[in-house]
Design a protein around this ligand. Structure first.
Ligand SMILES: Cc1ncc(COP(=O)(O)O)c(C=O)c1O
Length: 255
């Protein structure tokens, strides 16, 4: 068993990249700290912590780390590369749930529609139409979130808020997609408070869309390691955490 460990921790994936072999220290302590911070943020916002779902961003983490996270009670994982996820998911415990959280190209829509519980980052009608077609072929209805570029940063994917309001009926008309809400990434800043305005705008936009549609859009996926408490205070129902759980990803720019 011992001899197997290095290969598990350094899993070759198609395309030649290798998942990194940095051991994930302190996962249990990190998770306990995160849960405490979620509770405190909920208390400040007078919210029930059970209304905030924690998604562990497992991109670049090998199956052994996902398994350890699962043993600590985490169930929902997020991946941003279809190919990496496709080789990882079969090696992870079968009861886990997986969301696709990255930018999706139309040529990856078939795998995404077949493999994920939800696609979080639908950022164009074109991608939505292809996901709809592939979901039809897979004989399923696919829950999705629309990614919104609230801040208007040119480096970010996502629909502008006006485009969302304009195109929502077209997204909603796709019979094999179920639009559950929105996701966003706030601009990076060392000051979490700077993200508040963007999260608030997304919530207000969601409220306006619910009115226009006459249907609930309950999911607000917003908040990452640097700003999740502010996101919870502003109404996040799903937070996506990588660094706060697993430590700094190899190759990531230190915050
Ligand atoms: C869409 C998305 N959400 C959340 C995260 C997690 O970020 P962090 O490590 O800051 O928690 C990432 C990381 O790349 C991401 O791409």
């Amino acid at each position: 068993m011992r001899a197997l460990l290095p290969s598990i921790f350094s899993l070759p994936i198609p395309g030649g990249r290798r998942l990194h072999s940095v051991p994930v220290d302190h996962l249990e302590e990190n998770l306990t700290a995160v849960r405490g911070r979620i509770s405190q943020a909920c208390e400040r916002a007078a919210r029930d912590p059970s209304t905030v779902e924690l998604l562990a961003v497992s991109k670049s983490q090998p199956p052994a780390v996902v398994e350890r996270a699962a043993a600590l009670g985490l169930r929902l994982f997020g991946e941003n590369r279809v190919q990496e996820a496709g080789s990882k998911m079969p090696l992870c415990p079968a009861h886990l749930r997986w969301h696709f959280i990255g930018h999706l190209q139309t040529n990856k829509c078939r795998e995404a529609a077949e493999s994920f519980e939800m696609v979080q980052a639908v950022d164009s009608l074109r991608v939505a139409e292809e996901l709809n077609r592939r979901s039809e072929q897979a004989a399923r209805t696919l829950p999705v979130l629309l990614e919104v570029n609230v801040s208007g940063e040119s480096s970010k994917h996502g629909l502008g808020p006006e485009a969302v309001l304009r195109e929502l009926p077209a997204f909603n008309a796709l019979g094999r997609l179920a639009v559950h809400g929105f996701m966003t990434m706030a601009p990076w800043s060392p000051l979490p408070e700077r993200a508040r305005l963007h999260f608030r705008k997304l919530r207000e936009m969601r409220d306006a869309c619910e009115q226009a549609l006459g249907a609930p859009l309950p999911v607000l996926s917003m908040g990452m390691s640097g700003d999740f408490e502010v996101a919870i205070e502003e109404g996040a129902t799903l937070i996506r955490l990588g660094t706060a759980l697993f430590g700094t990803r190899k190759g990531a720019t230190p915050a």
